[in-house]
Design a protein. Structure first.
Ligand code: ADP
Ligand code: AMP
Length: 217
């Protein structure tokens, strides 16, 4: 019989460190990192219809509608590499998405196992997002807190790093507001389900990972 699959949902405002931690956890636990933002950005760089639609929302810092977002993540989770489980980052972001995720996982005889909520105050979020450098393949750096070995160059594949269009200050503020308006209700939703663990995201990256791993065990 297959070992039980593990599904972890990273929760927290933009810039809290969800992507950074999801990547580390996925590696350490042998799971797949599924980032809805990365999936949209991949669609955008391939100029798919979904990518073009998503961009109209992303550039304003608004959420992409639930139906297309849910369909995209459902398709990703149905691929064989997710059979052992996944670390979800950026999804779910609304109560409707959380309900949809439960349904998708139930169809796979699985469920959400743990929801680390990474908390970071707003002023720190803004500082983190303004210094965030991304690689084309989704690796995340910070100009000061997690710099690449060579400025603006990805450590792993040597490709140039870039700043996200939606990391500019006006959009960052809107994204933080959208988080508190539309995503924060998930905190109580997962707390009531007994799945939430609160993690202090202001600590160093390694310490945040350590706290999440403790909660997993
Ligand atoms: P999210 O996925 O929640 O939007 P990211 O993982 O992309 O956040 O992190 C946002 C920025 O903050 C990145 O530049 C990342 O390198 C940096 N960062 C992440 N975790 C920490 C941390 N614990 N301390 C300092 N900087 C961090
Ligand atoms: P992220 O990379 O998680 O910061 O997401 C970047 C942008 O992609 C968001 O500001 C939204 O416009 C869009 N997005 C990502 N995930 C979702 C989601 N689960 N629901 C709706 N929109 C999303």
């Amino acid at each position: 019989m297959n070992e039980k699959a593990t599904y972890i949902v990273m929760l927290g405002p933009p810039g809290a460190g969800k992507g950074t931690q999801a990547e580390i956890l996925a590696q350490k636990l042998g799971l797949v990192h599924v980032s809805s933002g990365d999936l949209f950005r991949e669609n955008l760089s391939n100029q798919t219809e979904l990518g073009k639609l998503a961009q109209t929302y992303m550039r304003k810092g608004e959420l992409v509608p639930d139906d297309v977002t849910i369909a995209m993540v459902k398709e990703r989770l149905s691929r064989p590499d997710c059979a052992k489980g996944a670390v979800l980052d950026g999804f779910p972001r609304t109560p409707a998405q959380a309900e949809a995720l439960n349904k998708i996982l139930a169809e796979m005889n699985a469920k959400v196992d743990l929801v680390p909520l990474i908390s970071v105050p707003n002023d720190v979020l803004v500082e983190r997002l303004s210094g965030r450098w991304m690689s084309k393949s989704g690796r995340v750096y910070h100009a000061l807190y997690n710099p690449p070995k060579v400025k603006w160059v990805d450590d792993i594949d040597g490709t140039p790093l870039y700043q996200r269009e939606d990391d500019k200050p006006e959009t960052v503020q809107r994204r933080i507001d959208v988080y508190y308006e539309q995503t924060a209700p998930l905190i109580d939703y997962y707390r009531q389900a007994g799945l939430l663990v609160e993690i202090d995201g202001t600590q160093e990256i390694e310490k945040v990972t350590e706290d999440i791993l403790k909660a997993i065990k």
